[in-house]
Design a binder for this molecule. Structure first.
Ligand code: S3P
Length: 428
């Protein structure tokens, strides 16, 4: 396996920016709640800022209260107005899919939603088809089930849906449509996907009846009022430095502070533990219905493990950086059952495999994953990021750990989710 060229011999603590999933949702729930809310710990990355600006153009009044903090006043969901221009969600699948659901359920709203070249390649039929069954008027302007999407908001009807894809974006788009239209929705998924939307409904006093861990019903009334959201650090961003701390040599742990530890997001900790990584959770607490803690990450010798299918939804965003951990592991790395990776900001199976091959790694690609054996060396190359922040950050961590110089076609994508990523890397 690769040997780290960096050693952690002094205690170090870092903070990562706010959770991206919760930041998007905080804006949407502010819009659904009449009156004044406050958001603290908001991720000021391009993705959630796009969502914030889109809803500002529909009548949310937003003022800054300092770094990551905003006061947001909503006129109430029925008083949101159609935007004058096209709503641009940039690179953000969560932003466009969740907002599409919410707007589709608001009678009288008319909007066109779009994004950058990466977003306009991503599949939208997964939300459009069930939304249409609910009574929504949503269509792809180019007729290809991709953005740009045109929505004419409608009063939707009670709905029951069973999704074959374990996707929090599909689940949340449909639930937000139901909240907007004031109807009930019964939802069943194949595996538990992240449940921040459900947590926020409960936090706001809404009613969710769970029939099983993957099956629930949400029922009106939805009389949400403005409140205060406190958003923890994003475990998907922390993951880059968790892997860094484990794979670096030396003797001292890295302390990663104030991280969201929602049980549907911590598959990364399970997988790294199974790989032999030592991570301790300290200072556990709950804020706005979400579990939070600090992570003590100790330099550890990692080894290959089997990643089972049930873990995939909870590590879906962390597979690129887990792959980098695999380069430092005895026995290499394997991932399967992860075809959903092909529908992310880039086709992450192809993006990882092609870049690993450029490094000289012999990789076997399959339909739903890839595999490589124990690695001894890698060579310097130019990484193609494919407009994908997590591809850029994963290989930047690899370069720092291994001491092998890597150049990049474009690292600006990092700002979609993790402003300050390179400053932390520099400080290591
Ligand atoms: C997200 C859900 C996941 C994840 C994305 C954020 C969310 O997507 O990959 O980064 O906030 O709901 P899917 O639900 O499509 O798997």
């Amino acid at each position: 396996m690769l040997r780290p060229q960096i050693k952690l011999n002094a205690k170090k603590e870092i903070y990562v920016p706010g959770d991206k999933s919760i930041s998007h949702r905080s804006v949407l729930f502010c819009a659904l709640s009449q009156g004044k809310s406050e958001i603290h710990g908001f991720l000021e990355g391009e993705d959630p800022l796009h969502t914030l600006h889109c809803f500002e153009s529909m009548g949310l009044s937003v003022s800054s209260l300092g770094k990551g903090s905003y006061a947001v006043v909503s006129p109430g969901k029925h008083n949101l107005k159609s935007p004058k221009g096209v709503l641009d969600f940039g690179n953000a699948g969560t932003g466009i899919r969740l907002s599409a659901g919410l707007l589709a359920g608001l009678p009288g709203i008319e909007a066109t939603l779009t994004g950058d070249a990466s977003l306009c390649k991503r599949p939208m039929a997964r939300i459009m088809n069930p939304l249409k069954e609910m009574g929504a008027e949503i269509r792809s302007i180019d007729g290809n089930d991709r953005a740009p999407l045109h929505i004419q908001g409608k009063q939707l009807k009670d709905y029951s849906y069973e999704s074959t894809i374990a996707s929090a974006q599909i689940k949340s788009a449909l639930v937000l449509a139901a909240l907007a239209s004031g109807i009930s929705i019964e939802y069943k998924e194949s595996e538990v996907s992240r449940d921040h939307t459900e947590n926020m409904i409960r936090f706001l006093g809404g009613n969710i009846i769970h029939h099983s861990p993957v099956h629930f019903t949400v029922k009106p009334p939805y009389q949400f009022e403005g409140t205060k959201y406190v958003i923890p650090g994003d475990i998907s961003s922390a993951a880059f430095y968790i892997v860094f701390g484990l794979c670096a040599g030396g003797s001292e742990p890295l302390l990663v502070k104030n991280i969201g530890l929602n049980p549907s997001r911590i598959g990364i900790l399970t997988v790294l533990h199974n790989m032999g990584g030592k991570i301790e959770i300290v200072a556990k607490r709950v804020e706005c219905g979400e579990e939070i803690g600090d992570l003590l990450v100790y330099p550890s010798q990692l080894k290959r493990t089997v990643i089972t299918e049930d873990l995939i939804p909870s590590i879906i965003d962390e597979i690129p950086i887990l792959t980098i951990a695999g380069l430092f592991s005895e026995g290499g790395f394997q991932i399967s059952h992860a075809e959903e990776l092909r529908a992310k900001e880039s086709d992450r199976i192809q993006s990882m495999v092609s870049n690993l091959e450029k490094l000289g790694v012999k990789v076997n690609e399959t339909k739903d994953g890839y595999e490589f054996g124990e690695i001894q060396t890698i060579q310097s190359t130019k990484i193609e990021t494919y407009m994908d922040h997590r591809i850029a950050m994963s290989f930047a961590i690899l370069s720092k750990l291994s001491g092998v110089a890597l150049s990049f076609d474009d690292t600006s994508w990092v700002d979609t989710s993790f402003p300050g990523f390179f400053e932390i890397l520099e400080s290591m």
